[in-house]
Design a binder for this molecule. Structure first.
Ligand code: 13P
Length: 252
């Protein structure tokens, strides 16, 4: 059985001090919570403070982006080794905001995934269709391409240890979440493809999160879908109490 994972993507919110205070509060709130893994992904500048505040707790810390080279003349970029040094253990790769606003492609996602794995960190690779693609009935084909090209070259063992996040772009920050049936259909398809391309055992171990307007009120019905292994939460992760409600709601 896969342990559910709830990851909070802070996007460009919270300073280092605000993040540390958040972690202190979340630690306290999570004291009696079992059966679910928790990760927060604050901005780069808050990673070190977050990891320090989370030390000795079960809260994992992740970055929201990474560059694929170890070092070099890449102004403004941060490598996986630098992220690891902060104490973070996860890296979100290929978020739709990175794809649409910053030109990321399946090819760059693939390079980043490899760099994250090479540094001994866990990638959280994001996939998902736009509204136009859904309306044209291209959802499953888009997911296939994102998986095939984005995860190209990964071994079954690597796939088993990584996290995928299905985030339909039309559901992100819009208040319009996918229905449990829509999420269930996409997640079932993703699992089938993982099975086909990486083998049964690896596909059964890989966690696939749902993301897009997850709230305390809709997490339970989404997490009840057999192939949904938790959530990647944006806006509703910024308040520790609403994040806690989502974490509790994911334990089925
Ligand atoms: P919202 O939960 O704010 O819709 O954001 C989802 C997301 O993009 C998480 O990565």
């Amino acid at each position: 059985m896969r342990t559910p994972l709830i990851a909070g993507n802070f996007k460009m919110f919270k300073t280092a001090a605000e993040t540390a205070a958040y972690v202190v509060e979340l630690r306290e709130l999570l004291k009696d919570v079992r059966g679910v893994d928790v990760v927060i992904a604050p901005p780069f500048t808050a990673l070190h403070a977050a990891a320090g505040a989370a030390a000795g707790s079960a809260i994992g810390v992740g970055a929201q982006n990474v560059h694929w080279e170890r070092d070099g003349a890449f102004t403004g970029e941060v490598s996986a080794g630098m992220i690891r040094e902060t104490g973070a253990r996860f890296v979100i790769v290929g978020h739709s905001e990175r794809r649409t606003l910053f030109g990321e492609t399946n090819a760059t996602v693939n390079k980043k995934m490899n760099a994250v794995i090479a540094a001994g960190l866990t990638p959280i690779v994001c996939i998902g269709e736009t509204l136009e693609q859904r309306d044209r009935n291209e959802t499953l084909a888009v997911l296939d391409r994102q998986i095939k090209e984005g995860l190209d070259g990964a071994t079954g063992e690597q796939l088993a240890a990584m996290v995928l996040a299905y985030e339909p772009v039309w559901a992100i920050g819009t208040g319009r979440n996918a229905t449990p049936a829509q999420a269930g259909e996409a997640h079932f398809h993703i699992r089938q493809r993982l099975k086909q391309w990486f083998g049964l055992e690896s596909s059964e171990r890989c966690r696939v999160l749902y993301g897009g307007s997850v709230k305390p009120g809709n997490i339970a019905s989404l997490a009840a879908q057999p192939d949904v292994d938790g959530a990647l939460v944006g806006g509703a992760s910024l308040d520790p109490k609403s994040f806690l409600a989502i974490i509790r709601g994911a334990v089925v």
